[in-house]
Design a binder for this molecule. Structure first.
Ligand SMILES: Nc1ncnc2c1ncn2[C@@H]1O[C@H](COP(=O)(O)OP(=O)(O)OP(=O)(O)O)[C@@H](O)[C@H]1O
Ligand SMILES: [Mg+2]
Length: 274
């Protein structure tokens, strides 16, 4: 029998501890977190407030260096930010208010790809805006858009840059429930069309199951891996199904009912088999 080697994961987070120096105090945000993200995965980091999700995302983006462990993209250690990792944040103010929607997308693109001509950048920006349903708003200024529309622009800007991995930190958390659902559906549609790789942070169990193909559960502060679950089977229309409710109840138990520090060995992983 031939044994085929698994492809090297696109993103490897290997035993990563992250810390902040807060005056004389050291705050440990995550403790020896490991996970692998493969091409076209939609990988979700899920955990309670303060467990270090945003800090992990910032480390993958290259804004923070690990205290221990290593983060590798395509096998190479991440040491600084780069256009191969673009972040979409929760805040509606991530667009430049003095630029139109199109100019916002073009600016990001040309900053990332210096050789790109203006005409090509505009063409790519317009294509991305069309994909997120904002073709008619290219000339609009951000202050004239709703929160959901601003997030669509931020997504278009990120996708236009064609990153190796798209990083999203609670991008829909400040939206009303209905808009949030629509944005989740849009994100899944875009993922289907473009097959991008996503690392997505949320503290909503439902959102994790809808958006993710894999979900990493983190314990409360400092974040440690509790479990890693499959969520391929769920999408934007799964909310009412029994399997979805069971998976969500199970995650709730894993997150909140087990004592933090006796929870299995650090790297223990569990498969979701509802
Ligand atoms: N700039 C900072 N200086 C010092 N400590 C920080 C800083 N940013 C975050 N922390 C601490 O690191 C820990 C992890 O914070 P982080 O923002 O990553 O959590 P989170 O999981 O994203 O939470 P939330 O769901 O509320 O966004 C927290 O204890 C927080 O207080
Ligand atoms: Mg956060």
């Amino acid at each position: 029998m031939t044994v085929h080697a698994l492809p090297t994961p696109l993103l490897q987070v290997d035993n990563v501890s992250l810390e902040y120096a807060d005056g004389a105090r050291i705050v440990r945000a995550t403790h020896r977190v490991s996970f692998d993200v493969h091409e076209a995965d939609r990988f979700v980091l899920l955990g309670p407030s303060g467990c270090g999700k945003s800090t992990l995302l910032k480390a993958v983006a290259g804004f923070i260096a690990p205290r221990e462990g290593q983060i590798r993209l395509d096998g190479k250690a991440v040491s600084a930010p780069g256009p191969d990792r673009v972040v979409v944040f929760q805040e509606f103010d991530q667009l430049a208010p003095w630029k139109t929607v199109r100019q916002n997308v073009v600016f990001g693109l040309r900053a990332a790809e210096k050789k790109l001509s203006r005409a090509d950048a505009i063409a790519r920006a317009d294509e991305a805006l069309e994909r997120v349903g904002l073709a008619g708003f290219a000339e609009a200024y951000p202050h004239t858009l709703s929160g959901g529309m601003k997030q669509r622009v931020a997504i278009a800007r990120a996708l236009a840059m064609r990153p190796r991995v798209l990083l999203m930190d609670e991008p829909f958390a400040a939206l009303d429930a209905l808009t949030r659902q629509r944005m989740q559906a849009l994100l899944l549609e875009l993922a289907e069309q473009l097959r991008f790789t996503l690392l997505f942070v949320t503290h909503s169990i439902e959102e994790a199951l809808v958006v993710g193909t894999r979900v990493l559960l983190l314990s409360p502060h400092p974040g440690q891996v509790r479990a890693e679950l499959n969520a391929h089977q769920f999408d934007a229309s799964s909310g009412a199904s029994v399997a979805f409710q069971q998976a969500s109840a199970r995650i709730h138990r894993l997150l909140f009912d087990e004592p933090a520090d006796i929870a299995a060995p650090l790297r223990a992983r569990q498969e979701a088999t509802p």
